[in-house]
Ligand binder design. Sequence first.
Ligand SMILES: Cc1ncc(COP(=O)(O)O)c(C=O)c1O
Length: 496
Amino acid sequence: MTRTPTELKAEILHLTREYSSLMHKANRPGNDPHRSPFTLGQTIPYAGRVFTEDEVEAAVGSTLDFWLTLGLEGEAFETELAALLGVKHSLLVNSGSSANLVALSTLTTHKLPAHKRLQPGDEVITVAAGFPTTVTPILQNGLVPVFIDNNPVTGNLRSEQLQSAFVSGKTKAVMIAHALGNPFDIGAVIEFCREHDLWLIEDNCDALGCTYSMPIARAHALGFKENSPGISADGTHVTRYTGAWGDISTQSFYPPHHLTMGEGGAVNIIHRPPLKTYAESFRDWGRDCWCASGKDNTCNKRFQWQLGELPEGYDHKYIYSHLGYNLKPLDPQAAIGRQQLKKLPAFIEARKQNWEHLRAGLADLDEFLDFSLPTHATHWTPKGFMWDDSGCRTDCSWFGFMIRVKPDAPFTHSQLGRHLDEHKIGNRMLFGGNLLRQPVFVQLRKDRPESFRVAVPLDGADTIMNTALFLGTYPGLTKAMMDYEIETINRFILGN
Ligand SMILES: Cc1ncc(COP(=O)(O)O)c(C=O)c1O
């Protein structure tokens, strides 16, 4: 009996689920009863893919459909992510680094009013310690990154330094990351950007699911109204996801991040719809046409345009307005991402609980270690955080659990990292540390010293580079894994 394609597909997907549930037990969420248990001697990664048969089925199903390039799954993912964040549009790209490149390039378009357009030589304020590709798009676009310092306690910028980096007529934007799932001081940064009419690009690659709250009066003064999409209010505070406060924001979907599609990222256009068309153009070869893949004549005047010095009626599909790239991911990636999005609330909750579990388990080590605090928190207690008197609050969807080894501790962060490595406990330094000490920036200082500017001493970035490391908080961790981490660290430091 011949089976129909529909029947065959159903059988393949049924078998796929069966295969995946047998093969991928170690990739299930940490609290899933079917997850393979942790046994001593097993590696505990600092992060990794967390998925079930749902994602594998989605990937195989989309691959069988064989559209391949960005299509219906991509469109659906973009709509769902934008709805979740409460932003106008989300645009899929093939990595968080590509997202940062597209986000910054978007603001260089000649289609913006001259005073808002980023032009070569304009300055963009950023921080010294973090991930390199938050900064490199600034240089790749011929703009000048101006570095301020990090606060080692939060990993984020010291917002009080923004003013010292500002040069009237030169500074055009602020581009910074929410470090390790800890929102930066959004209130202060937005006030600064509003005062000087600057773009704010939020690198939200490590912070999907974080929220930031500010008192209603302050939010109203900044134009955030509680009845707008993505904004909630409880009578005293206005709350919104990070990545939804500035002008443009970015996501990474590389496996350690809050959700994954293997490789992938997104550019979120927060409130100015025309930026979407410019971003899309930079993502898609620099073209002027905005037809989705496989579609023609969305503008209804494909052969009626006259742009540049091209003849009238030249095919709009092949008219280029920008020096663009091709940074699209594949549709099967988006299909995986859509399944991950459904699990995001549980993933975020697990990251919070894992951070708390590690914090409580290491609480006796504060003679040797400094622990991170969420922005605006002043203390951690087992019952919750104490907060400063700004009235602002952060709710962290932690990317990692950062500790700093105190200067007088009898061991360094490298020694602790090596010890954890020997015990198969994944750990990482805070990405590039003080980026200006990386070979690429040392060389740049020699080759083109005018290509970047350091506005303040970078002691905090150096402290992070010299003392910090982080453990994972990803939702695949089990309690047994974290207990082993806690025991190993306590033993290394206290020696019993
Ligand atoms: C803050 C930040 N921005 C950007 C990226 C780049 O993302 P991707 O690895 O997807 O290129 C990362 C990577 O982890 C990151 O941590």
